[in-house]
Design a protein around this ligand. Structure first.
Ligand SMILES: [Zn+2]
Length: 225
């Protein structure tokens, strides 16, 4: 089992380097110039949803942790936004998020590290006004995931307010929907918040979406709150 996993690591890289990549990497040896700082969940199911394919090299500065949180990786998010000055910060959450689910149960018996990260997640959710009954509402946890995204976007807009106010940074909250809570396709991605605005009709009018067809905007700007 383990030797097969290690073999895969090495053979996948060998396939990747088969075509000479020096023409791509040589201009990037001194610095990177990504366009997006991405904060997403560590969840292994989110790795291949196609959001950034095929152009990921020098395009996305990625931060991953449980529950796509800013506060547990603040230095890394600052690095993308303040040092690399990406014009877009994406907070990408997902349905079926075990971190969000766990943060709403008793996690006190877990390791200090897990407790610390889930406590921050829970604390963020508690600052938001909306509440759902997890024993009655079948998609209550998915709604809390969207609330967490709203919280993270709000936190980012506050933290980087000078850049946001100057139009140099746009913070976009998104959900990737594994279990079709939004009634679209499996793994479809939805925009649920831009710069702290979660009103769907207001989002649809925003400049950030001006190059997307209206019919597609109707499909992908959605909320389950
Ligand atoms: Zn997750």
């Amino acid at each position: 089992m383990i030797s097969r996993i290690v073999k895969e690591l090495i053979t996948n890289n060998q396939k990747f380097i088969k075509n000479d990549l020096s023409h791509i990497y040589n201009p990037l040896l001194e610095k990177q110039t990504p366009k997006i700082t991405l904060v997403t969940c560590s969840d292994s199911r989110i790795a291949a949803t196609g959001l950034f394919a095929p152009n990921t090299i020098n395009h996305v500065f990625s931060i991953r942790n449980v529950g796509n949180q800013i506060r547990t990786s603040e230095g890394s998010v600052d690095f993308g936004v303040l040092k690399l000055r990406t014009p877009v910060l994406v907070i990408l959450g997902h349905t079926c998020c075990s971190a969000v689910r766990m943060s709403l149960t008793d996690f006190s018996g877990d390791t200090l590290g897990i407790c610390r990260e889930l406590s921050l997640l829970k604390e963020g959710l508690q600052t938001m006004e909306k509440r759902y009954k997890t024993d009655e509402d079948p998609i209550a946890y998915e709604r809390y995931t969207e609330i967490n995204i709203d919280y993270q976007v709000r936190y980012a807009v506050q933290r980087y307010r000078e850049l946001v106010n100057a139009g140099e940074l746009t913070v976009i909250g998104m959900m990737v929907d594994l279990n079709r809570s939004f009634h679209g396709a499996t793994c479809e991605e939805y925009i649920t918040n831009i710069n702290g605005t979660s009103d769907i009709n207001q989002i649809k009018q925003m400049d950030a979406l001006s190059e997307i067809d209206n019919s597609l905007i109707e499909e992908v700007v959605k909320t389950i709150l």
